[in-house]
Structures are given as C-alpha cells and as structure tokens.
Design a protein around this ligand. Structure first.
Ligand SMILES: CC(C)(COP(=O)(O)OP(=O)(O)OC[C@H]1O[C@@H](n2cnc3c(N)ncnc32)[C@H](O)[C@@H]1OP(=O)(O)O)[C@@H](O)C(=O)NCCC(=O)NCCS
Length: 306
C-alpha cells in the first residue's frame, strides 16, 4: 500500500497527504526519528487487538501545537506515517474478521476528522490525537453509524456492578460509546447505531460471546445538561444511560468540546447557541460540569447487514 492510499483511508486532503509524504522522507533521512517511527509500529504490533484500549502505548507528543505550530512536517505527521505503515495489518484483520469495507473506511476516516479538528483548534496541519487514534489502528474501535464503539473490559468491582444492577463481572467485555462530531445527535440515528452493535461484534468477534452492555464516559452524561439545554438531543442521549456513582469535574473538557477554542479567553467565547450560553452561565455562576460514567443494555442483535 502506498502512502497516498493510506492517506485516502484516513480521509486526508491533498495538501495534508503531500505533507505526510514529505514527512515520511524526512523521517527516513533521520536516524532518531526513524527509530521513533519503528517504535510506534512495534507497539501497535505488540498490542494489536489487546483489549486494553487506553494508556497502554507510549505515544508522546512530538511537538506543542500552541508554541510550535510551524514544527517540521516530520514531527507534525510522525504518527500518521506510523499509522500508514501499520494500516495493512489493521485492514488484513478487518478483512479476516469480515468487517465490511464501509465500516473500515468510516472508522479510519476519523484520522482525517481529528486532523481537521486540530486545524480548527490551533491552526496547525498535524495529527495530535495519537492516543485516541491508536485504538482504531489496533482493531478495537469501529464506527457504526452515528456512534463509535470500542471493545474494553469492565474495570469495576463486583460490588459496584451489583449495586448498579449490571449483570456482569469485572473484566466482562463491553463496548465503550463515543460521540464523534458529525452533526446533530439525532435520537433515531443513535438508536440505529446502538442496534447494530451486538450483531456486528457477534459476527466479527465471535470469540467474545454476546456483548451485552455499552458504557459511556463523557461530559455529555452530566444530568445537569438536561437543565442547561432542556428538550435537546444531548439531554435525550444522556437519559439513555444509567449512571455509576463516580463523577469527576470536567469543565475544561466541556469547554473544549463546545467551543473548540482552547486558547481563547473565557470572556471572548461566543454565546450563539443555547449550550454555549447555558454552559458559560453555569460555569460563571460557580457550577461545574462533570464527566459521568454510565451504561445501557444493548438492543438484542437484529438481522442486520453489517
Ligand atoms: C454532542 C453533539 C453532537 C450534540 O449536538 P446536537 O445534537 O446538535 O445537540 P442538541 O440538539 O442537543 O443541542 C442543543 C443546543 O446546544 C447547541 N449545541 C450542541 N452542541 C454544541 C456544540 N458542540 N457547540 C455549540 N453549540 C452546541 C445546539 O446548537 C442547540 O442550541 P440552539 O437550540 O440554540 O441551536 C455536539 O455537541 C458535538 O458534536 N459535540 C462534540 C463531540 C463530543 O462532545 N463528543 C463527546 C466526547 S466525550
């Protein structure tokens, strides 16, 4: 597979693709960067499909997008070059498992989505979300319509699961839910996405048995949002999940997802939408937004075509 082909899978535009090709040449000519690249590919290989989605790989930032937006292409794109080198392994596994090509494409296009988000955030052409995107490359995360899901073991005590009424044991495999920024969180689209999960994983990961639960760890599950944006898609989405007790303050995460302007002072943030106004008023009044961890029982597998 050529680098151009890989960038096509990643949904990068022509200008980004040209930078990735230039970055690959720079990396090849630099012993230290070549060995860093080889290390990333080795980590992806060693931990391929390992059911520990996060904080398993050591993928340090190669540059600071705020202070070094003009860092050399080799540093801004090193992770995309590594992902491109590794991509045939991911695609071979998808094919072996019977993952439809449309799902592979939608899943891997998240690379380009995050490259474009980084551009909005910092005005850089770069990949800065390597910790997130490694899960896609390692064959753990899939785009199933409106939502993305990754396989993960439950990391809760039996007592917590029993208290919540979840019929599972610590280590039971569930899917974690993610909400990409792809337009409104339409309830029908959410329901359609959830209804695909069991069938997809039963067909493509039969060794895992039936996946019965989806979890979600997000600022979107803060029940206060139902008061901040009543009668909204966000409120309806949050209501689908039953919450485990832990909550952690997540003001910055909420601000980042709503405004995508990490370097703009709070007073200069726009107040155009109900959520923007409501969130700023809530925080200015001394309130907080909390990331909450919730779960739902997945709809039983339908006779789907995935
Ligand atoms: C989650 C998301 C898809 C919801 O979008 P949505 O379906 O349009 O949201 P709702 O219909 O519930 O919106 C209610 C109000 O909040 C506004 N709103 C929702 N998300 C917004 C956002 N990210 N930025 C600014 N305003 C937003 C809407 O415009 C609406 O206000 P209005 O009535 O004045 O127009 C959207 O917020 C988003 O893309 N977020 C980024 C991804 C994310 O947060 N993922 C979770 C990671 S843990």
């Amino acid at each position: 597979m050529t680098l151009d082909d890989a960038c096509g899978w990643f949904d990068l535009d022509a200008e980004d693709t040209a930078e990735v090709v230039a970055a690959a040449a720079q990396i090849k000519a630099d012993e230290e960067l070549s060995s860093r690249l080889a290390d990333v590919v080795r980590q992806l290989t060693d931990h391929f499909e390992e059911l520990r989605p996060w904080k398993l790989l050591d993928l340090p930032a190669m540059f600071d997008p705020v202070t070094e937006p003009d860092a050399p292409a080799a540093l801004r794109w090193l992770y995309v070059v590594a992902f491109a080198e590794f991509l045939p392994t991911t695609l071979e596994a998808h094919a072996r498992r019977g993952v439809p090509e449309s799902i592979s494409r939608a899943t891997l296009a998240d690379v380009g989505r995050h490259v474009r988000i980084a551009r909005r955030l910092y005005g850089v052409r770069a990949c800065i979300e390597q910790d997130w995107l490694q899960a896609h490359l390692r064959g753990l995360l899939y785009d199933l319509g409106r939502l993305q899901f990754n396989l993960a073991p439950l990391e809760l005590d039996q007592a917590d699961l029993d208290d919540a009424g979840v019929d599972a044991t610590p280590g039971s495999v569930v899917v974690e839910t993610h909400i990409p920024e792809t337009g409104p969180l339409d309830p029908d689209a959410v329901a359609a996405s959830l209804s695909r999960v069991q069938g997809f994983f039963a067909r493509c990961y039969p060794e895992l048995g039936t996946i019965r639960y989806a979890t979600c760890d997000s600022w979107l599950l803060d029940p206060q949002l139902a008061g901040i944006v009543p009668d909204s898609n966000i409120a309806r989405f949050g209501a689908r999940y039953r919450l485990f007790p832990p909550a952690r303050v997540s003001d910055q995460s909420a601000l980042d997802f709503v405004f995508r302007a990490p370097t703009t002072p709070r007073v200069d943030l726009p107040r155009e939408t109900r959520l923007q106004r409501g969130l700023l008023d809530h925080l200015d009044g001394g309130g907080h937004i909390e990331a909450r961890y919730g779960w739902l029982a997945l709809p039983k597998a339908a006779l789907s075509t995935d």
